[in-house]
Design a protein around this ligand. Sequence first.
Ligand code: AMP
Ligand code: ZN
Length: 142
Amino acid sequence: MKSCIFCKIVNGDSPASKVYEDDLCLAFMDIQPVNPGHVLVVPKAHFTDLTDLPAHIGSHLFQVAQRITLSLPNTGVKSEGVDLFLAHGEAAGQDVFHVHLHVIPRYEGDGFGFRFGPNYSNLPERSELDAIATQIKYEMEK
Ligand code: AMP
Ligand code: ZN
């Protein structure tokens, strides 16, 4: 897609610090890292989000992210743990609408983290968990 920044990177029309490349995907350094060593893994073809992403490419992105994660302890990147993060949709924080999996090195005191909503400490009743589980299960099995 012409106007897509990640397509431009894949096509060599925009600069990137490449980490890994194969037929299906490209991994490169995030331009505004949460922590040093923050990598993005993107499919080479343009898919917007999980809606149009073929499952085998999603699996491949995850496998590459796993390999990047496991390489980090042998690099100079400070990494006591790693968050893999994929924003599906604007409400979930997706800014670039070419699907991408974040590999974010984490360490104690890095200041990054999820912010929980005001109801987070109120645990739902089991009946509520069961009701939602039933709905999702039904939709998945359709
Ligand atoms: P998201 O908010 O999940 O859509 O993440 C988009 C990510 O893309 C952000 O972390 C940006 O810093 C990163 N990003 C945007 N443009 C570029 C670029 N040209 N090169 C590398 N990373 C980029
Ligand atoms: Zn794209």
